[in-house]
Design a protein around this ligand. Sequence first.
Ligand code: ADP
Length: 181
Amino acid sequence: MERTFVMIKPDGVRRGLVGRIISRLEDVGLKLVGIKILRADEELVREHYPDDPEWLEAVGKKTLTTYKDYGMDPLERIGTDDPVQIGRLVREKLVEFITSGPVVAMVWEGNHAIEVVRKLVGNTVPLFAQPGTIRGDLSADSPDLADREGRPVYNLVHASGDPEEAEREVRLWFRDEELCA
Ligand code: ADP
């Protein structure tokens, strides 16, 4: 049994998709063991998306791959092709966005919960996310539009990527007594 952290981001809450997103996770048999709606403050969001070179580089590299797929020049669009710098720019936009409205924070439990949730959530970029996934079915956002509007990609949910991240995020967002055994 694994536990994973899932957050419905402000775009998901604003669009009234909380119930549908929860249903999709319940449909595969995952168990909801913690849930709350809150307005996250800047400190919490900065801890959630850490100022860690490894994380920044990973996000930047993913972005560069997306730009390559689109045939877009990162220098022209964002002024840099350095992955860490790109990661830092994305992080700043994320902090502004995630603190802009309420989010729903949840902990889900089940067999291979981390992998199952990531599969259901789909590709980071909704335009590339497969039909049948939350991001693929409920959004069509893309980085080129996001860049033009000076905001992060709106992709409705965050889900932990691996066991280490899951443990860190569950601890960051929930106290033990807020979780059901
Ligand atoms: P995921 O949420 O799928 O784990 P990442 O950890 O790589 O994706 O990125 C964190 C979040 O940053 C994404 O969910 C998305 O909202 C935003 N983001 C990532 N890359 C970009 C980008 N190139 N432009 C705008 N926003 C981005």
